[in-house]
Structure formats: C-alpha cells, structure tokens
Design a protein around this ligand. Structure first.
Ligand SMILES: CC(C)(COP(=O)(O)OP(=O)(O)OC[C@H]1O[C@@H](n2cnc3c(N)ncnc32)[C@H](O)[C@@H]1OP(=O)(O)O)[C@@H](O)C(=O)NCCC(=O)NCCS
Length: 170
C-alpha cells in the first residue's frame, strides 16, 4: 500500500492520458508506473480479460463497445513499464451531463487489489465527474463491496431512498 502511495506522490504518474506523460518513455524503462486515462481506444479483448479475471459474466463485445461509446466518462488504469502497458483497472459513468452521473463496472485486476488502487481509481473517477460540475454521483454496489464504497463517502439508501429495478421477465 505504502509503495503505491509513494509512487503516486513522487512521480505524479497518475496522468489523465498516457500520451501526456512527460519525458522519454525509454528513460523510464525500469520503472513501473500507474497511469490513468480517459481515452476510449480500449482493446475490448483486454477489457474482457480484466472482467474475466474477477469472474464477471461475459457480455457481447458489440454491446460493450456501444456502452463505452455512449458513456459520459470512461476511466482506465494501466500498469506502465517502459513503453509496455497493461490494463489493470476500469470504471465508467453515464450521465445527463448536468446533475447526475452513475458509475458502472468498477474493477481492479486481482493481482493489483488491496493496494489502494481501487480507491485511487474511484477518486480519479469522482474528480473527473466533479470537474464537470456533476454533484449527484450514484452507483449500484454488490453487497460484498458496500464498505469499499462507504469508505469513499458513498451513503447507503440516503433518506431511505431505495434503488428499484425492472427486469423484462418480472
Ligand atoms: C472492489 C474493488 C474495485 C476494490 O479494489 P481494491 O484495489 O482492492 O481496493 P483498495 O485496495 O483501494 O481498498 C480501499 C479501501 O477499501 C477497503 N476494501 C477493499 N475491498 C473491500 C471490500 N470488498 N469490502 C470492504 N472493504 C474493502 C480496503 O481495505 C481499503 O480500506 P482502507 O482505505 O481503510 O485501507 C476490487 O476488489 C474489485 O475489482 N473487485 C471485483 C469487482 C467488483 O466487485 N467491483 C465492484 C462492483 S459493484
């Protein structure tokens, strides 16, 4: 945990885009950095691999592509070693672009969990939404991750409000 914290604070490697990283990539070939991006040129097979790694059910790539295209914000987190990068985290948000945004598909690769990276990914996502002046940020938490989101300031059922779902077969 401390390792990653030092990495963030010392090198500001959390950049909004790998393209905006300063310096010659070859010069950092021995360093490992964690890089954030909001670019959408994601290899869908790499994303599928990441989702597979946490046991999520597969979704048709055609629909995943469409969901990404129509998301308001797409955040990817990469482990960057020199010029090589590996997708290790993901989140996205849909939004009315004025008041509300909902965060979806938050995931950190199991090899990188419990090091503060999920928290960093969420903070980055929230920062991006706040920079668009969006004040109402919601999400649907699986029961086992409620406390993860609580720690980030999310409130369960504020003022008794309940999430409701409609399914085609109901
Ligand atoms: C949930 C997930 C994104 C957390 O990522 P992570 O990198 O392991 O989380 P972090 O290491 O940043 O943890 C941040 C804090 O939350 C806590 N935390 C992490 N996972 C938790 C969990 N499942 N339940 C409760 N607390 C949790 C950590 O202990 C840490 O606490 P601290 O700030 O007091 O030290 C990751 O476990 C994951 O991808 N899980 C599978 C996919 C998933 O369930 N996504 C959410 C769908 S709603």
């Amino acid at each position: 945990m401390g390792f990653w914290k030092n990495l963030f604070s010392s090198s500001e490697s959390i950049t909004t885009s790998p393209k905006s990283m300063s310096g010659d990539p070859d010069a950092i070939s021995n360093e490992t950095r964690i890089v954030f991006s909001t670019e959408r040129d994601i290899d869908l097979y790499e994303l599928e691999e990441l989702c597979d790694a946490v046991g999520w059910a597969r979704r048709p790539l055609r629909k995943v592509r469409k969901a990404l295209q129509h998301s308001f914000l797409v955040v990817t987190m990469w482990e960057q070693r020199g010029v090589k990068r590996r997708l290790i985290g993901f989140s996205r948000a849909t939004s009315d672009r004025a008041f509300n945004a909902t965060i979806w598909d938050v995931v950190v690769h199991p090899q990188f969990q419990n090091r503060g990276l999920g928290k960093a990914l969420m903070k980055y996502t929230i920062k991006k939404l706040r920079s668009e002046d969006i004040s109402n940020i919601t999400l649907f938490a699986d029961p086992q991750v409620i406390d993860f989101y609580r720690r980030l300031g999310f409130t369960l059922d504020p003022e008794g409000i309940k999430g409701m779902f409609w399914y085609p077969d109901s």
